[in-house]
Design a protein around this ligand. Structure first.
Ligand code: GZL
Length: 350
């Protein structure tokens, strides 16, 4: 209780300082340096006095480049210098291990619990335990099928799926599509959302056929295995592959290379991917991926801002959607996506 009271005072002091700074007084370099020193000092004081805000992050795993970027973002945000002590658990795509990690956060009486849920289901019991312990829970990245939590910070994956479908309709302009879908991890809201969104648009196109869909588990090896299986069953019958993340797309490209199947803007097969991580954007710039729908992994700062509002005892946003967009290969123009350039790629945070 002592720490929380102290941090509320720090929060209010910092909020007051920010408000006074917004009062039209122009911050000079000296003032800004002083502010930085003060913030660092408050972090150091909190660390010295043991008054860090303790945060537990139960992470999905390390299955993809997206996940790596997301993990690094949390580890770079919830630092002692910023006034936090982060307890991080990589659940390695194991639902039971992730729930046990949350239970351990409760037993440690952490101040806040953040969960990137592997699956949407199975959260009622442990979230009730967190509520009974008086620990606020923020669901991040993916969604769950219960409402027993305090806030959500993540992306709109159904909208991402719709964007992919709308772009494909624009790009094909009425031409026939025979589509194979490499889905993400079974039961993950990102998989469910992208599938639902894309299928909503596909239903508007009687000239499209979804030949098959299988989970590649958001991994490169999974994408390659599924694409190899698809080639055995559908070689010569498909002209679109939808990969629900970049790592699956890399695996699918490896499988098509091995089978002598061409893809991308100059190939026989259109590739749509999701995430727009650095390498996925490089493949898009190279014309190997036709359309890449971004899903922004840089979410920790938003989660941290919600925690600061909670610390200040003020009304906080219960649902925050992190914005994203879509990108297409050079030579493609679209109402639904930005044509990628080297400058765009060089300027990205991940
Ligand atoms: C999306 C996120 C997904 C990414 C994958 O919000 O949960 O999980 O699309 C990651 O790359 O593995």
């Amino acid at each position: 209780m002592k720490r929380r009271l102290v941090s509320v005072l720090i929060g209010m002091t910092m909020a007051a300082a920010m408000l006074s700074g917004c009062g039209g007084s122009s911050d000079t370099a000296t003032d800004e340096a002083a502010d930085d020193t003060a913030a660092e000092a408050s972090g150091d004081e909190a660390e010295a006095s043991g008054d860090l805000i303790t945060v537990g992050y139960a992470q999905v795993g390390h299955e993809s480049d997206w996940r790596t970027a997301n993990t690094e973002n949390y580890q770079n945000t919830f630092t002692a210098e910023n006034g936090y002590e982060l307890s991080f658990v990589d659940a390695d795509n194991d639902n039971a291990a992730q729930i046990e990690a949350v239970r351990s956060f409760i037993q440690q009486e952490l101040d806040y619990i953040v969960i990137a849920p592997i699956e949407t289901a199975g959260w009622d019991t442990v979230l009730q335990e967190a509520e009974d312990a008086g620990i606020p829970v923020i669901i991040a990245d993916r969604e769950i099928d219960t409402t027993n939590f305090d806030a959500f910070v993540g992306t709109d994956t159904e909208a991402e799926g719709e964007t992919a479908g709308n772009w494909l309709g624009e790009y094909l302009d009425g031409a026939e599509a025979n589509i194979l879908v490499i889905e993400g991890s079974v039961g993950a809201s990102a998989t469910l959302g992208r599938t639902e969104g894309f299928n909503t648009i596909a239903a508007e196109h009687p000239e499209w056929t979804i030949l098959d869909s299988q989970s590649g588990d958001f991994t490169q090896s999974g994408g390659q295995e599924v694409m190899e299986s698809f080639i055995k069953s559908y070689e010569g019958q498909f002209n679109v592959v939808v990969c629900q993340n970049d790592n699956e797309a890399y695996g699918a490209m490896d499988a098509m290379d091995a089978a002598g199947i061409t893809y991308g803007v100059d190939g026989d097969v259109i590739i749509i991917s999701f995430d727009a991580t650095h390498d996925g954007m490089q493949y898009t710039l190279d014309g190997k991926i036709n359309c890449n729908v971004e899903c922004n992994p840089i979410q920790a700062e938003v989660v941290e801002s919600v925690i600061q509002i909670m610390e200040a005892g003020e009304e906080y946003p219960e649902r925050t959607i992190v914005p994203d967009e879509a990108f297409v290969a050079p030579g493609i123009t679209s109402a639904y996506a930005t044509t990628i350039t080297q400058e765009i790629l060089d300027g990205r945070a991940y």
